[in-house]
Write a protein that binds this ligand. Structure first.
Ligand code: ADP
Ligand code: MG
Length: 610
């Protein structure tokens, strides 16, 4: 039966009757050329307060006039999907705003009844709009209208058979192909620059003219007035060629970007308070994702695996080898397999660091503002009063070189409050009123005049580890961590894991707090991580010998072949998911308070340098 008639017929009935519209329908799109689309109602909400219903719309690619060249590669398909999601989201919001015209702010801020997820400043792989050679599939959520617990059938009919086709026609049948091409080109260029970083021996790139500051502490939008555009010091300046684009008229001159290349090694960012240090580091953190045109950070790109590390007291830690930083605790605890339900600032930062490099981070991003001071440095006076034998901590300043030499891990560090890192820095960048200068030579000269002796190397510095186990290498090979059977099974199987906003996941009866995971940028990523944890739980249950590292590799393979949908347990509409990095998936797993590690490889010492 015709969808409009079905819905009108349901008017006034109990809300549960909405399930009668499950299945496939045909929509007529208002356009000069008669165009139809298929509407697939995959899931219907059980009551008006439940998460909205999941529907898909499938239409032929031809009427949408999406050119072939934008779909020629994965980057192009991701950027096109992102572009369509943005256009539809904008159209749906404009529609809802136009219809409501309510003077009440609370009403105006309500999400529109038809939604596709809200892409932010980053272009991420998403499940919202996907393209096949012949079709466009749009995944939407629809809040089906109710009056109390009764169906508002007429309104629902209007929403699905008039408003929705109108949005689709406005958004997709009048697509701005030039804007789409520009969106795709930028994305491809950004990924090109990102992929070149390792070959060029760079950890990150910050383009000339970049606008790094944000509008406010809780906004990801660019500062509008008074922002000082980024400019690289001469010595760190690099120019990168962008790939040839056949869709452009021959304009080779502007097919390049110039900016500051931050080389591998240890880079310290210094400068007075409020001179823009954290802002620069923040932008680099976010530079693991490509940003949309107009964001200001389009040409701020970091290696895909660069990971921000911060102190996070209170987090749980499950069998992590933090012995490079902490040994000989007064309690006698073996820090080669350290577990706690309530880490201190320094132990949490040490654990997060080790977990990150074990997950493959080749660059660490650390800000003094969010670090435990005793994890970072220990000054000469303190060294005199508290001998190394009484101090379990070896500060990061004394390990940052070994990290580089043994594991090939670079560090970009903001340290405006201490010159202790001058001795170990390859590059020192000073920010002066937001303008960076290369002060490496001056910093070296100061360090040479007045060197800080390292704690490592002094005879008392490595207490408590038995002689036989004294490491040849400071940083062990990644430990083999195998979870305890059942450690990942949610206590309540009926409740699947789900995201609560961007920074929290409900996993069984537990909440995983991700507020310290700085490079999680989108709630749709968090939702994808929630699903990923369920898939990991299945994998660990199926194979009791599976280690965390192996499981993560397997998950990445699954994502590469099956896409994001491979994570979802729903058939059809997978929900609004965005691709997280493997680093953030691991971060969530490592913060699960029920995680217990059964085995940890004993031979984790004596690894080979990377
Ligand atoms: P620091 O870490 O050096 O103390 P922040 O990075 O926190 O400084 O920046 C201090 C203030 O300056 C913030 O309000 C930030 O938005 C602003 N800011 C940072 N960079 C710029 C810039 N390039 N132009 C204008 N304002 C900036
Ligand atoms: Mg700061």
């Amino acid at each position: 039966m015709d969808l409009a008639r079905t819905l009108t017929g349901l008017d006034g009935k109990g809300y549960g009757d909405y399930k009668r519209i499950l299945g496939e329908h045909t929509l007529a799109l208002p356009a000069s050329q008669p165009t139809t689309a298929r509407l697939l109602v995959d899931r219907v909400q059980v009551d008006p307060f439940a998460p909205p219903s999941l529907m898909r719309v499938i239409l032929d690619r031809d009427p949408a006039r999406i050119p072939d060249d934008v779909l020629a590669d994965t980057a192009g398909r991701i950027a096109t999907g992102d572009f369509l999601a943005r256009v539809i989201a904008r159209t749906a919001r404009a529609q809802a705003g136009g219809e409501r015209r309510s003077p009440r702010r609370a009403d105006r801020d309500q999400p529109p009844p038809i939604a596709i997820g809200t892409p932010g400043q980053q272009v991420l792989e998403r499940t919202s709009a996907v393209l096949t050679p012949a079709e466009v599939e749009v995944r939407i959520t629809v809040d089906l209208p109710a009056s109390g617990r009764r169906i508002r059938g007429r309104q629902a009919a209007q929403l699905l058979t008039e408003t929705l086709p109108g949005i689709l026609a406005d958004a997709l049948l009048a697509l701005d192909t030039a804007a789409l091409r520009a969106h795709v080109r930028l994305h491809r260029d950004q990924l090109h620059v990102q992929s070149r970083l390792a070959d060029l021996g760079l950890v990150a790139f910050v383009g000339h003219g970049a606008i790094l500051p944000r509008r406010s502490g809780d906004s990801d939008l660019p500062l509008q007035r008074g922002a000082v555009p980024f400019r690289s010091p001469e010595s760190l300046r690099v120019t990168l060629e962008l790939p040839h684009d056949p869709s452009l008229p021959d304009s080779t001159a502007d097919r390049q970007v110039t900016g500051m290349g931050i080389p591998e090694g240890v880079t310290v960012i210094i400068g007075g308070g409020y001179h823009g240090k954290s802002t620069l580091l923040r932008a680099i953190e976010r530079g693991v994702y490509p940003h949309i045109a107009g964001d200001g950070r389009e040409w701020v790109l970091a290696r895909r695996d660069a990971t921000a590390i911060r102190a996070e007291d209170g987090r749980s830690v499950a069998s992590v080898d933090i012995s490079p930083f902490i040994t000989g605790l007064p309690s006698g605890t073996d820090t080669r397999s350290f577990s706690t339900t309530n880490a201190s600032g320094s132990t949490s930062q040490a654990a997060t660091l080790i977990e990150s490099i074990d997950t493959g981070a080749t660059a660490l991003l650390i800000d003094e503002d969010t670090s435990a001071t005793n994890f970072m440095i220990r000054d000469a006076r303190m060294r005199r009063l508290i001998p190394a034998s009484r101090e379990p901590l070896t500060p990061f300043v004394d390990r940052v070189r070994a990290l580089r030499d043994e594991r090939g891990v670079s560090t970009i560090l903001v340290a405006g409050g201490s010159g202790a890192f001058f001795d170990v820095a390859d590059h020192v960048i000073a920010l002066d009123a937001y303008v960076p200068q290369d002060v490496t030579a001056q910093a070296r000269a100061i360090a040479a005049e007045d060197p800080t002796p390292p704690t490592v190397g002094s005879p008392e510095a490595t207490p408590a580890v038995p002689a036989a186990a004294v490491p040849t290498f400071t940083f062990p090979n990644p430990a083999v961590r195998i979870p305890d059977a059942g450690a990942l099974r949610p206590a309540d199987k009926r409740k699947f894991a789900r995201a609560r906003g961007r920074t929290s996941i409900q996993y069984g009866r537990e909440d995983i707090d991700l507020s310290a995971v700085l490079q999680l940028v989108d709630p749709a990523q968090t939702q994808a991580i929630a699903h990923a944890l369920e898939r990991l739980a299945d994998d660990f249950a199926a194979d009791p010998q599976l280690s965390i590292a192996q499981a993560l590799v397997r998950l990445e393979e699954r994502l590469a072949t099956g896409g994001l949908e491979a994570l979802s347990h729903h058939r059809g509409h997978p929900g609004h998911l965005a691709r997280p990095r493997i680093q953030e998936i691991a971060a969530a797993l490592n913060r699960l308070r029920t995680l217990a590690i059964r085995t940890q490889a004993a031979d984790s010492y004596g690894g080979s340098p990377a």
